[in-house]
Design a protein around this ligand. Structure first.
Ligand code: BEZ
Length: 212
C-alpha cells in the first residue's frame, strides 16, 4: 500500500471491533471521522489515551466526528482491556476499538513503521471528512501520548476552513481571529467578511471568526 497523503480517499475496510463488526464507510455515514491507532492492548500510555478519548467523546460528538480506535490485538482482549481502562480512568470507553490482529487495517493505513517497531503500530491519527478524503495525518511514537485538546483544535480548524475561505494562524483556538485565504483579494475580502478585514500586510489579512 502506498503511503496515504492529504486529499487521498480513506481506504474502506470491514473489521471486528470491541463493539462487533464495523465497516468504516457505514460507520462514518455523512459524519467526519477520527481513526487513531494504539501500539498494543494493556499498555500504559494507550490506557491513558483511551480513557481521555472517552472523556472527550461528547466534544467529538458536538463536532459531528465519529471516533474509531485501533489496536493490533483481538476483540476479546480489547474487551478485557476496556474493563481496566474504565476502572483506572474512571470512565466508560464509549466508541469502538478495531481488532486488527491480522494488521490488515494497519497495513492499509501504513500504521506500522518497521524502523520504529516491526509488529506494533505507531500512534497514527487520520481525520476523515464526510466526502471520505483524508484531511489530517499525525504520527507520534509509542512513547508519546497524544494531546486530545490539540485534536479538537485541529478539527475546529479543518471544519472552519472547509466551509469558509479562511485559514487559521499559529496557536489559533476556536473563536479567535482568522487569516483571509491568500486566494482572495483584500477588496473581495471586505465584501465577503462583514465583520471587517484588517490588512497587516498585503499578504496577511485578518478577520474575526466568521462563525462566532
Ligand atoms: C504504551 O502505550 O504505554 C506503550 C506502548 C508501546 C511502547 C511503549 C509504550
Amino acid at each position: 500500500m502506498a503511503t496515504l497523503r492529504l486529499g487521498d480517499t480513506a481506504p474502506d475496510f470491514t473489521a471486528d471491533s470491541s463493539m462487533g463488526t464495523i465497516n468504516l464507510y457505514d460507520h462514518l455515514g455523512d459524519s467526519w471521522g477520527i481513526l487513531f491507532s494504539h501500539p498494543a492492548d494493556f499498555t500504559p500510555v494507550c490506557t491513558t489515551e483511551l480513557g481521555t478519548a472517552a472523556k472527550f467523546k461528547s466534544e467529538f460528538d458536538k463536532r459531528n466526528v465519529k471516533m474509531l480506535a485501533l489496536s493490533v490485538d483481538g476483540a476479546a482482549s480489547h474487551k478485557e482491556w476496556i474493563k481496566d481502562i474504565d476502572e483506572v480512568q474512571d470512565t466508560t470507553v464509549n466508541f469502538p476499538i478495531i481488532a486488527d490482529e491480522d494488521k490488515k487495517v494497519a497495513d492499509l493505513y501504513d500504521m506500522i513503521h518497521p524502523r520504529a517497531d516491526n509488529n506494533l503500530t505507531v500512534r497514527s491519527v487520520f481525520i476523515i471528512a464526510p466526502d471520505k478524503t483524508v484531511k489530517l495525518i499525525l504520527t507520534y511514537p509509542a512513547s508519546t501520548g497524544r494531546n486530545f485538546y490539540e485534536l479538537l483544535r485541529v478539527i475546529d480548524s479543518l471544519q472552519l476552513t472547509a466551509y469558509h475561505k479562511v485559514a487559521t494562524p499559529a496557536n489559533w483556538k476556536n473563536g479567535e481571529d482568522v487569516v483571509v485565504s491568500p486566494a482572495i483579494s483584500t477588496e473581495d475580502a471586505k465584501t465577503m467578511f462583514k465583520k471587517g478585514v484588517t490588512e497587516v500586510k498585503p499578504y496577511l489579512r485578518m478577520t474575526p471568526d466568521p462563525t462566532s
